[in-house]
Design a protein around this ligand. Structure first.
Ligand code: AMP
Ligand code: MG
Length: 402
């Protein structure tokens, strides 16, 4: 049986970023990845600007004790200064306003005393040239690559692009994932439950995980455990999706029909089982460029397998350089003593104390206990065999995205 790391490597070996497309920039592209280098078309700031409310001065004029200067103009942000500053002169200036010709520093208001409308005393005797001036081109130079291919569009990046006057850019396309829960026992939320039935938790959960991973999710209901309907429902989506996410029906029971159906549809199956808990029955296949994941039906197994294998694949498709998952080591808030037959990924909660983050295992009843997973923002990774870790000892942790 494949180990988790080998299975992830098998998946990632078959994933390439989707082609780029030109997109209008808006909050809708938050988290997407740039597929082109963005260059500055001009210096920024385009003119030397004041970083403080105060007076634009010649630094040499302020060297004497209680230097008094003549105020020859007032410059607000958005105004072009027209009066140059000569010896003994200054301009009233405000944050963001252009520095007038002749001035080389700004003295902030707090370091001055107004004598009258036309005169100001400088109480700071150590005015340095360039003080409180954001020189032209300090932030970026014309022609310089400001955001490189691969940059993730976080809020600051969207601000930088807006600052450059850019309204559209080439971005890697967001992966489209089709989510199909399978099982005769499943009914949609909102429908009455008959005896023996349960509601479809996996569909909404997996679709949300897709969106959280930067993908676009579509759902068209539940597939019953019949070969004909599985053939039709899966067959219809194989071409149009980047990722097919099936949940349930991948194990070895009589009603676990998904593997055979996929084979009949021409999907090349690369693995069917991975050594982990919760999980184990986890199928990965490809047809053309479409990735097919058959996740276990138990909701926590499905969720964990998604974070370990599907999310990294979606991230690569979306152009991210780092597929994750994000792993680290953190001290335990409480001791653990358990025996596991496989590497185990256990719901856990991060706690932030004075000494930084620590991790606390959450009460958890196993693969069907989605409520137990709901509180988790991390997974504790425990090796197979006996694990005995005291509080304060370091444990392997996977950070779940928010
Ligand atoms: P399976 O992998 O199809 O054998 O399903 C394993 C367990 O997960 C069974 O108890 C199923 O009833 C349950 N299950 C399967 N699909 C879902 C779903 N969409 N939502 C909630 N539970 C499910
Ligand atoms: Mg089933």
């Amino acid at each position: 049986m494949l180990e988790v790391a080998d299975a992830l490597a098998e998946v990632l070996a078959r994933v390439r970023p989707l082609r780029p497309g030109t997109q209008r920039l808006s909050t809708a592209v938050l988290g997407r990845v740039l597929a082109e280098d963005i260059r500055a078309d001009a210096d920024s700031p385009p003119f030397p600007k004041s970083l403080r409310d105060g007076y634009a001065v010649r630094a040499t004029d302020c060297a004497s004790r209680h230097a008094e200067l003549r105020v020859v103009s007032e410059i607000a942000a958005g105004v072009v200064p027209t009066t140059p500053i000569h010896a003994g002169e200054c301009a009233r200036i405000f944050t963001g306003a252009p520095i007038p010709e002749g001035a080389d520093a700004v003295v902030m208001q707090e370091d001055t005393r107004s004598v009258n409308e036309k005169r100001v005393q400088i109480t700071d005797e150590r005015v340095k040239p360039g003080q409180w001036v954001f020189a032209r081109g300090t932030e970026m130079r014309a022609g310089e690559v400001v955001l490189a291919t691969g940059t993730v569009l976080n809020p600051a990046a969207l601000g930088v692009l807006a600052g450059l006057g850019i309204v559209e850019a080439k971005l890697f396309l967001a992966p489209r994932a089709f989510v199909l829960p399978t099982g005769n026992e499943l009914v949609e939320p909102g429908q009455p439950l008959k005896p023996g039935q349960i509601r479809n938790s996996n569909g909404p959960m997996l679709a949300a995980q897709v969106v959280r991973a930067g993908g676009v999710a579509t759902q068209k209901g539940i597939a019953p455990d019949t070969v004909e309907q599985l053939l039709e429902l899966i067959g219809n989506e194989l071409d149009g999706s980047d990722v097919l996410l099936l949940a349930g029906g991948v194990s070895v029971g009589k009603y676990d029909l998904v593997p055979a159906v996929l084979e009949e549809l021409g999907v090349a199956i690369h693995f069917r089982q991975v050594r982990l808990k919760p999980g184990k029955p986890l199928l990965f296949g490809t047809k053309g460029n479409t990735l097919v994941f058959g996740l276990p039906g138990n909701p926590v197994s499905a969720a964990v397998c998604f974070e370990l294998f599907v999310r990294p694949a979606l991230r690569v498709l979306a152009g991210h350089a780092n597929p994750g998952p994000v792993t680290t080591m953190l001290p335990l808030e409480e001791s653990i003593a358990e025996v596991n037959d496989r590497p185990t990924y256990r719901p856990a909660k991060l706690e932030l104390g004075a000494a930084g983050y620590s991790v606390r295992p959450l009460p958890w009843l196993g693969a069907p206990d989605l409520r137990g997973l709901q509180r988790a923002d991390a997974l504790l990774v425990l090796p197979p065999g006996e694990t005995r870790l005291d509080a304060g000892m370091l444990a392997n942790v996977i950070l779940l995205p928010e």
